[in-house]
Design a protein around this ligand. Sequence first.
Ligand code: BYC
Ligand code: FE
Ligand code: FE
Length: 470
Amino acid sequence: MSSIDYAEKIPNNVNLQNDRTLQRALEHWQPRFLQWWHEMGPTDFESANVYLRTAVSVDAQGWAHYGALKMPDYRWGIFLADPVTDRKIGFGDQMGQPVWQQVPGEYRSTLRRLIVTQGDTEPASVEQQRMLGHTCPSIYDLRNLFQINVEEGRHLWAMVYLLHAYFGRDGREEAEELLARHSGDQNKPRILTTFNEPMLDWLSLFCFTYFTDRDGKYQLKSFAESAFDPLSRTCRFMLTEEAHHMFVGETGISRVVKRTLEVTKEIGTDDPARVRAHGAIDLPTLQKYLNFWCSSSLDLFGSEISSNSAANFASGMKGRPDESTYDDHVLRDKTMKLATPEGEQEVPMLNALNEVMRESYLKDCEIGLKRWNRMIERAGHEFRLTLPSSRFRRSIGPWAGVPVDTHGKMIDRAEYERRLEDWIPSERDRAFVASLMKKVIEPGKMAGWIAPPERGINNLAIEHEYVDLH
Ligand code: BYC
Ligand code: FE
Ligand code: FE
């Protein structure tokens, strides 16, 4: 097991002290990162003591330390999962050959681009979420938001380490750019569209952590298979932290559903206007938020038919999540049938891998919906939450810009535009949700639109003062 040296300026388990050049480059980047955090991280909470977990080793049994600290003092560090002895490439045309400890010249620019794209999402999400602290529904939730924020900051460190250690000057330049682009910026936006969407309320945060962090899970799992071993090891450890982000999304939405069902029972009707009047989020509105963030996140897998995906797989750069569960790891003579607006197309499987990933992602997304629908069913209601069709409201791939309803049926463009308000949050819906967003900071108290969690963090009580605002 590799341990992490906390005496170092940058906690790490990659022997940074033995590579002075790399260490100096990262120490040069560190104050820029901290300045970025100060300017673009959570607003106004720098002096609060937050009960946070910090990664202290990559040991499955006890990798995290919990304690109260100020966010700017968080020990962002570089942790790679332990190497697998004699690891071999598990897929693609070079299957069975030893994995790469350095970047092969011919894959350098593609690999750099993939790492930059991954890295770009991490600070982007912190920027998107920076205002949410002011409207937290409880300090339990406030703490979870900040936990996610510091860990996304660490995920940026993870990618910057790879850029600095393996991509020379280009890598260092890219690391600077990662702090220069900003979510929603007119001139220098973040790379992927979802990460430029404004996030002004906690219902969006829960949907984002449910759907978008889950894209993170799938992308990281596909990189965990990579022939570029440092990338694989970095992503394997990031996945450990990622689980909590999705937990926040899934339990957040569960608690919204629970509270709505309580209010519905109290007032004896599920009429959305009445539910809203009693300060809860009616289920049709929740459905619209699910439609919005799910459809946006589906674009993050790239086009259904993609020569990039074929090249990335064949070369060994990017596998499928859980690659070992498939039979064929080369895919040179397989095809897949894909539905496009022009009809069914049969494409080489290698070119359809974004879609393969998207399908396994959607299966994973279904799990939460089953749980929420069980709650709704038990409360005696007919209403069911669903995932939108993967053709709905797409901006990438053959369905991009095609007017399709949430069931995937092509419709008239005028009808689509008219009905879009029924499918994704309208201005009025957003204004209503915004009206509920009032800061609640008394320990153990919850805003009226959300039920308390089932338990606290790390065996502490729900009433624990997770954020001390003094
Ligand atoms: N928006 O062949 P195509 C996370 C571009 S989330 C804008 O269709 P490809 C996190 C694409 O770049 C995980 N542009 O797709 C979550 C390409 O441009 P070029 C993030 C897009 O390349 C929450 C062109 O369209 N990680 O960690 O097979 C909080 C054609 O590309 C989009 C990654 O994404 C889009 N949605 O796959 C915090 C992994 N989609 O090259 C963190 C790294 C595509 O023609 N990225 N384009 O100029 C990748 O693996 C791939 O770049 C993608 C796209 C999966 C994104
Ligand atoms: Fe992340
Ligand atoms: Fe995350």
